[in-house]
Design a protein around this ligand. Structure first.
Ligand code: DAH
Length: 342
């Protein structure tokens, strides 16, 4: 027996703490306090000692045995508690935060159109629809667009057959509505149009337009201006200036174009407004008397205005989107930026 009671005690405690399983702990127990254990042997050896040494040695080894047994009990209890805890833990950890499901958002163009519909329906407009495949009569003739007008050219429009094409504008809805409905009419019509344009930063072979028109007794240019003033205020916000410029469209007389002060530079001049401080927003005018006659309205008793705007364009202006293709590529990294946009 080489080791002192204190050394044996310390060594035993280290092994007890290191035991990770009940089996391992049992081995440690046997090594020290089992029948053939070190402490047991030392106790036995006490009887062979000098009589004067026996009481102290006996006491020392007995104490060590008690302490070791106490530590064994404590460690056994701890290992059992740990095993019980592991058995009870549920297979699913309900404390983990949940995984967020991928969630779609309305397309930024859809948001613009919804907003336009909201603004105009509150002013008394109702919403009409029309076919995307049109006859030349609706797309051109009834709108007073002459045969030699460039938009009638095969190179500019998608013809599906003789006299049948994808609509190049939303103005044909004027004809559909007025043919079926006696005045007064006050209608907006957002929809998709098609032209043979290349797909680049500012052109797309498909795009949106929203037509609006109001025909009734005594509708004047003043009504048009007031209505568009309200639209600009509500859509672009206060502080945006507007101006009208004379223009030409076959289906309006007089014809105008509406510009607003550039939303990007505030009117100082930048690449978006080509250094002019103004950007074009829509075309408009008073409905041409010939168009009224074409649908059976009497231009002597009713008058009206019409306007046509591009939701793509005003979406780009409002959100400073530099390239129209972003609107049609459906890249969610782009679209998700407008999650909260009104
Ligand atoms: N349809 C026209 C275009 O595609 C836009 C337009 C201009 C519509 C003037 C109108 C208007 O109703 O009065 O260019």
């Amino acid at each position: 027996m080489s080791e002192s009671p204190r050394e044996t005690h310390e060594q035993a405690l280290r092994e007890i703490e290191a035991a990770e399983t009940p089996e391992h702990l049992e081995t440690v127990r046997r090594r020290y306090v089992g029948r053939k254990g070190e402490v047991t042997a030392s106790l036995r050896a006490v009887s062979g000692l000098d009589p004067a040494e026996r009481p102290a040695a006996g006491r020392a080894w007995n104490e060590v045995r008690k302490e070791i047994e106490g530590s064994l009990d404590a460690r056994r209890a701890a290992l059992e508690a740990k095993a019980a805890g592991q058995a009870k833990r549920p297979a699913v950890d309900i404390s983990l935060p949940g995984r967020r499901p991928a969630c779609g958002v309305p397309h930024v163009l859809r948001r613009t159109i919804d907003r336009l519909v909201e603004i105009f329906t509150r002013m008394g407009f109702w919403v009409a629809d029309g076919p995307e495949v049109e006859s030349e009569r609706y797309n051109f003739e009834a709108l007073n667009i002459p045969v030699d007008h460039p938009t009638r050219d095969e190179h500019d429009s998608f013809y599906l057959g003789p006299g049948v094409l994808l609509r190049t504008q939303m103005s044909p809805v004027q004809i559909h509505v007025m043919e079926k409905t006696p005045p007064p009419v006050r209608v907006i019509s957002p929809g998709r149009c098609y032209r043979r344009d290349s797909f680049d930063a500012s052109h797309s072979p498909f795009f949106f337009q929203m037509e609006g028109f109001h025909v009734a007794e005594n509708v004047t240019l003043g009504d048009l201006k007031g209505t568009l003033r309200e639209f600009v205020l509500r859509f672009f916000g206060r502080g945006v200036e507007m101006r009208f410029r004379g223009s030409f469209f076959p289906f309006t007389e007089p014809s105008l174009e509406l510009d607003i002060s550039c939303t990007v530079c505030g009117g100082a001049g930048c690449s978006v407004c080509k250094q002019t401080g103004w950007v074009e927003v829509l075309g408009c005018g008073m409905v041409h008397p010939q168009v009224l006659r074409n649908v059976g309205y009497d231009p002597e008793s009713v008058s009206g205005y019409a306007f046509g705007m591009g939701p793509d364009r005003i979406t780009m202006l409002r959100h400073r989107i530099p390239d129209i293709r972003y609107l049609y590529e459906n890249d969610v990294r782009f679209l998700h930026q407008f999650r909260g946009a009104p």
